[in-house]
Design a protein around this ligand. Structure first.
Ligand SMILES: Nc1ncnc2c1ncn2[C@@H]1O[C@H](COP(=O)(O)OP(=O)(O)OP(=O)(O)O)[C@@H](O)[C@H]1O
Length: 243
């Protein structure tokens, strides 16, 4: 049986009177790609932000390999083994691609500095198709390349779990198929990934399992085929009249 890497139990987040995430539980096993899907405002990003330590849960537990993440600050969570990309790219635009990736290596799960970090960064840049632009400032890159750098920065810390928050958003159809292939190649390497995504083709082709959220609550969990044919899920996406 596969080993559970991340365990979320009864996780709740309140913003004042609003319950953005309401008692959500799920497990992610080693080498699994878990999708968190649901309509706009259903609590997906809030869930990711709690796993990565950007927000402390109001209640519940999130464990990585048995260690509690809930309430830990983001830099500690990164050290413990959670790497992430952001919905809106967060890089240091004036620094070069390589320097951004080195920052990821220094502050990630397995700390690396100096020549060792440089070697590792260059391997990653090659791997992600960024070797040609390694010396350029991030501000000079195309949009998909900034997304690649975000991924390289997250991978440079060698996370045990990689969180992708709408990494494919904003890509044109050609870039989208390149982006899906890139995430597929990460999956094929055996990485453990949690991704929030709206692109259904990506969910179908990338995810082993999905958690579906609606109004902060988990309404379904299963393979993409199972959840996308679930009546309650269809109702949540399309509204009552269409279900
Ligand atoms: N920092 C915050 N303060 C107050 N309310 C927030 C905050 N962050 C999120 N919310 C609210 O929590 C709810 C869930 O938002 P969240 O961004 O998690 O949804 P989502 O499923 O990721 O949406 P989308 O698909 O549009 O990105 C929304 O009602 C949102 O307005």
């Amino acid at each position: 049986m596969s080993k559970t890497i991340l365990q979320a139990r009864d996780v709740t987040k309140r913003f004042g009177g609003l319950v953005a995430v309401n008692g959500v539980s799920f497990d992610v096993t080693e080498h699994q790609v878990m999708g968190i899907i649901g309509p706009n405002g259903s609590g997906k990003s809030t869930m990711i932000n709690m796993i990565s330590g950007s927000f402390a849960p109001s209640a519940g537990s999130i464990q990585l390999n048995g260690r509690e993440l809930a309430g830990q600050p983001a830099h500690k969570v990164a050290r413990l083994g959670v790497g992430r990309t952001f919905q809106l790219v967060r890089l240091l635009p004036e620094l070069s691609v390589t320097q951004n990736v080195l920052a990821g290596a220094a502050f990630g799960h397995r700390r690396r500095w100096g020549p060792e970090a440089e070697r590792f960064a260059h391997t990653l840049l090659d791997r992600l198709g960024l070797a040609q632009v390694a010396a350029l400032p991030v501000s000079a890159l195309t949009y998909i390349d900034t997304k690649r750098v975000e991924l390289a920065r997250a991978l440079a810390g060698e996370p045990e779990v990689l969180l992708l928050d709408e990494w494919l958003a904003g890509l044109n159809p050609t870039e989208l198929s390149t982006g899906i292939d890139l995430i597929k190649s990460l999956r094929d390497e055996g990485r453990t990934i949690i991704l929030v995504e709206h692109v259904m083709d990506a969910i179908r082709s990338l995810c082993d399992r999905c958690v579906v959220m609606s109004s902060g609550t988990k309404i379904a969990e299963g393979t993409p085929a199972e959840v996308l044919s679930d009546r309650e899920v269809i109702r949540a996406y399309l509204g009552d009249d269409d279900a």
